[in-house]
Design a protein around this ligand. Structure first.
Ligand code: SAM
Length: 241
């Protein structure tokens, strides 16, 4: 069976994306028996193995060279959705080596051209080495990707506090423990009808307990659906009363 792929990009970008997804999957398979793990699983394993040896610091050190890129089909879905919504202002919480960011930038380039609206992909990363590698991959893609991205380096709970336009879509692909605070930081700038996408909400449900409770409380104004991608992908539409 052949599958259709929505991404409209020159061959060198398509090639780079395939290569980066492959590298990410191989790396994950090398440290996880299941092939894929949520950040809460990794932290739990480290806490169990070395409970008295600063697990948070060990977790950060372990994750420093890990891609953990958003799955290819989820990236393609985000690209499709941005095109369908005509979304032009995106926040990506958690950029790592910038794989999903490339899809967001390709989509925003198209929606800006189609709508004539301004727009930007606001990417976030607190590991400077990861940020430098992400910039290198975006440069390999070329200006059509690079020029759509504003990378905010540092703790996103600080870097997203100010200077956000009205946001059409928030991709929550950061450690689950940070997700609710991230949502609350961006929430004042989410436009009605904005979409929040959250990765791994089935496999990482326990780590996301506070976020999911918040999203699902009717008074907070989100309509939620867990999309049946591997490990779950939550799509939450913001419809405040
Ligand atoms: C799951 S990865 C993102 C993967 C990326 N979206 C992709 O598809 O390639 C999560 C990233 O969030 C970053 N991160 C964790 N805490 C952060 C914080 N407080 N501020 C900014 N970035 C953070 C991590 O360093 C990690 O690279």
């Amino acid at each position: 069976m052949s599958f259709s792929r929505p991404i409209n990009a020159p061959p060198h970008i398509q090639q780079l994306l395939s290569q980066l997804h492959q590298m990410s999957l191989e790396q994950e398979a090398s440290f996880s028996k299941e092939g894929k793990m949520s950040s809460s699983d990794v932290l739990r394993d480290i806490e169990e193995e070395q409970p008295n040896n600063n697990p948070k610091e060990n977790f950060d050190r372990f994750m420093r060279d890990k891609f953990i890129a958003l799955d290819e089909d989820k990236c393609q879905f985000a690209y499709q959705l941005i095109n369908a919504m005509g979304a032009t202002n995106i926040v990506e919480a958690g950029t790592s080596f910038g794989v999903s960011t490339i899809y967001l930038a390709l989509a925003v380039a198209r929606t800006k051209a189609a709508t004539g609206k301004p727009g930007v992909v606001i990417a976030t990363e607190n590991e400077s080495e990861k940020a430098a590698i992400a910039r290198k991959y975006w440069a390999q893609c070329g200006p059509e990707v690079e020029q759509e991205i504003e990378l905010r380096e540092g703790d996103l709970l600080e870097t997203l506090k100010e200077g956000l336009p009205d946001i059409d879509l928030l991709l929550l692909d950061v450690w689950s423990t940070l997700s609710l605070s991230t949502l609350k930081t961006v929430l004042p700038r989410l436009r009605p009808g904005a979409v929040v996408l959250t990765d791994n909400t089935i496999s990482g449900a326990s780590g996301y307990a506070d976020l999911l409770a918040y999203l699902r409380a009717p008074e907070n104004g989100f309509q939620n659906m867990t999309l049946p991608f591997t490990n779950g992908f939550e799509m939450s539409v913001y419809r405040p009363q």
